[in-house]
Every structure is written in structure tokens, then in C-alpha cells.
Design a protein around this ligand. Structure first.
Ligand code: HEM
Length: 304
């Protein structure tokens, strides 16, 4: 594939990723306040999260300052993101494959980040031995990521196609996501083994993207891997794989949001606005005619 085409493809697919990712993140962040769950334990409850307690236990809690522990919260997030702790506790059979699958991707993201930093520094003329060492390390690190990701993806595919309980929750799109990722990992490890200096070759490509260098010469095997990785990136924000970002909101705005609703506060104003929305549920016993709002229906006498 001509280098100029590869660079243009990279611009288009990276732009799609960036625009859709920002748009979807913004849309999720703007969603209305969630129905309160108040599910314990909430990790940021200082001194209480380990037994599932909350500030509501305090006598006249509303008169006291709320104490939060960012360390507890960060520890929980670290274990959940890096080790998928909840999956380990609740679905261990899936964890054995999901963990290497995710960990492999994290390793690749880290390797990719290092590679981009190294390339930018060398474009800026910073050349020292540490930077040269970086190039040597990134290749093998990426190879570990490809292997872990590949093992995980094959295992997850196998489980999803053979486990009767999982089959019920498995969609064609879910399988396609795994196959696409497997293709990225497989072409990645193949490129690593087939090429002399995998990281240097990828670094040349990254440099060409930064400098719009269309004279880039890339081997067919690496071009295939790079196009697949870029297609995956552009496709990701359209799918449920946005969960890596959506989880922030699921935890912080839904599961762990225990901020009390105060009269005259921002949340009260938001809730008041939502309660004015008309209801169109078809259930006859609540008489939702599309004109009555939530307050009308919640305060109406039953049967009227
Ligand atoms: C790098 C970004 C990520 C991508 C591309 C990604 C991709 C995926 C995919 C494709 C699946 C479905 C696997 C299957 O078929 O079973 C999945 C499941 C899952 N992911 Fe992620 N994920 C990412 C980040 C995260 C993060 C940061 C977390 C934790 C905070 C996480 C937690 C989970 C959990 C709990 C499941 C369900 C278990 C499973 O189905 O394997 N993921 N992810």
C-alpha cells in the first residue's frame, strides 16, 4: 500500500474516532440525573465503606461535614480497571479470559503511548540514550500485549460459542468485536515476528502522520496491521466498547452518587424540571395521557 494512502486513511479514521468519542462522551455526561440507587458499599465513604456504611448513620448528618476518602475510591478503581475485580468475584469463569484480553489491551495502549512520546521527542530533536532504549523496550512489550489479548479473545470467543448460559447474551456484534480485535492482535504479533525492528517501523508511521510525510514506505504486513488497528479505533466509539469511558459515569454518577438533595440546590432544580415532563406510559391504572406530568400522576388518588 502506498505510504500516502496509509497516512490519509490514518487521518480519516483518527478523526472519526475523535469526533464520535467526544460526541458520545458529551452525550452521556449530559444525560439527566439518574434515579438514586444508594447501593452500599460506596468506596469514598471515609471509615465506613469497608462495612457498607454511610454518612446517614451519623446523628443529624446534615449538620456535619461529609468526609470522603479519595484513596479508597482510587484503590477500588485501580483494582476494578486493572484486574476486573468484580468479574473475578462474580463470574470467575469469564475472568480467566477477560483479564488477559483487557490486560493485553492496556499493555498495548501503554506501548502505543510510549511509542508516540518517543517519536514526538525524536521529531523535536531530543535524542538521548533513554529514547533509544525506549525503542528496544516497546517492541517486546507490544508483543506481550498482542499475545495476552489474542489468548483472551480466542478464549472469550470459545466461551461465548459454547457456554449455553452465555449464548443467551451473545449478539453477532459482540462476536464481531472479538473477531476484529483478534485480527488486530494476530496481525500485530505476525508483524512483530516478521519485521526487523517492529517498533521502529511503527514509529516511522507515527512520524509520517505527525509530519504528513507521504513518502513513507511500509511493508504490506505492517500496513494490514495498522489499517486494522485504525479501523478498530474508528469503530470503537459506535459500540458497547465505549464502556471503558461510560463506566466512569456508571460508577460516579449512578452507583456512587450519594450527594444529598438539598432544597434550592442544583440537583433539586434538575429533578423539578424532570418531574414536569409528561408521561405516556400505556398502563391504564396510572392514567398517563401524555398531558399529565410525573407530579400529577404521583400525587393523583388511586383509581381516579
Ligand atoms: C481499552 C478499552 C476497552 C475495550 C476495547 C474493551 C472491550 C471489551 C469487550 C470487547 C468486551 C466483551 C468481551 C466478551 O465478549 O466477553 C468487554 C467486556 C467487559 N469489559 Fe471491557 N474493554 C475496555 C476497557 C474496560 C475497562 C477499563 C473495564 C473496567 C473498568 C472493562 C470491564 C469489562 C467487563 C467487566 C466486561 C464484561 C466481562 C466480559 O464480557 O468479558 N473494560 N470489554
Amino acid at each position: 500500500m502506498p505510504g500516502s494512502l496509509l497516512v490519509v486513511i490514518a487521518y480519516i479514521l483518527l478523526a472519526v474516532f475523535l469526533v464520535v468519542f467526544v460526541y458520545r462522551t458529551y452525550s452521556i455526561a449530559k444525560l439527566p440525573v439518574h434515579l438514586r440507587w444508594e447501593l452500599a458499599p460506596i468506596p469514598h465513604e471515609k471509615g465506613k465503606s469497608h462495612y457498607g456504611g454511610s454518612y446517614f448513620e451519623e446523628f443529624e448528618w446534615w449538620t456535619k461535614p461529609r468526609e470522603k476518602s479519595l484513596v479508597n475510591e482510587a484503590t477500588y478503581m485501580f483494582q476494578e480497571i486493572l484486574f476486573l475485580k468484580s468479574l473475578w468475584e462474580h463470574n470467575r469463569k469469564l475472568w480467566w479470559f477477560s483479564f488477559p484480553f483487557h490486560f493485553g489491551m492496556y499493555v498495548l495502549i501503554a506501548a502505543g503511548g510510549l511509542l508516540v512520546i518517543g517519536t514526538v521527542l525524536s521529531l523535536l530533536g531530543v535524542t538521548d540514550s533513554a529514547l533509544a532504549g525506549l525503542g528496544v523496550v516497546v517492541g517486546p512489550v507490544a508483543a506481550v500485549g498482542f499475545v495476552l489479548g489474542g489468548i483472551g479473545a480466542i478464549g472469550l470467543l470459545f466461551k461465548r460459542m459454547t457456554d449455553a448460559r452465555l449464548k443467551a447474551f451473545t449478539t453477532p456484534m459482540g462476536l464481531f468485536n472479538l473477531v476484529l480485535l483478534l485480527a488486530v492482535f494476530a496481525t500485530g504479533i505476525y508483524s512483530f515476528l516478521a519485521l526487523d525492528g517492529f517498533a521502529d517501523n511503527v514509529s516511522e508511521f507515527v512520524g509520517a502522520v505527525f509530519t504528513a510525510n507521504t513518502a513513507l514506505a511500509t511493508s504490506g504486513v505492517l500496513a494490514t496491521h495498522l489499517v486494522l488497528a485504525l479501523v478498530f479505533m474508528a469503530y470503537l466509539p459506535f459500540t458497547q466498547m465505549m464502556h471503558f469511558m461510560a463506566k466512569y459515569f456508571t460508577y460516579h454518577q449512578v452507583r456512587w452518587n450519594d450527594t444529598p438533595l438539598q432544597v434550592g440546590g442544583k440537583m433539586e432544580q434538575e429533578v423539578q424540571k424532570l418531574l414536569q415532563q409528561p408521561m405516556t406510559w400505556s398502563a391504564p391504572h396510572i392514567n398517563a395521557d401524555g398531558k399529565k406530568n410525573w407530579v400529577d400522576i404521583a400525587t393523583a388518588e388511586v383509581g381516579k
